[in-house]
Design a binder for this molecule. Structure first.
Ligand code: FES
Length: 84
């Protein structure tokens, strides 16, 4: 399983430690960064990765940005994006 993710940003996303959310004791909270690429709150995880649970091995998917629904990419094989 794999997915194609389109990124249009051309600069880093900066996270200011001063604005980091804190727990009840003032300690920085654990933040989850999105590794699946389909979060609507990138770079943070918003739980969208649960949609990836139904992906099939050997298939590459595209997630429709309007609906968030996965669609297999015809002719694409998992790992194609990693080949030089
Ligand atoms: S890891 Fe991407 S939404 Fe959670």
């Amino acid at each position: 399983m794999a997915r194609v993710v389109k990124h249009e940003a051309c600069a880093p996303i900066k996270v200011d430690p001063a604005s980091w959310p804190k727990d009840d004791q003032g300690r920085p909270k654990v933040l989850s960064l999105c590794a699946c690429g389909i979060s609507a709150k990138h770079p943070f995880c918003d739980g969208s990765h649960k949609k990836c649970a139904t992906e099939q091995p050997g298939v590459t998917y595209h997630y429709d940005p309007a609906t968030g629904e996965p669609r297999p990419l015809p002719g694409a094989q998992a790992g194609d994006c990693c080949k030089g």
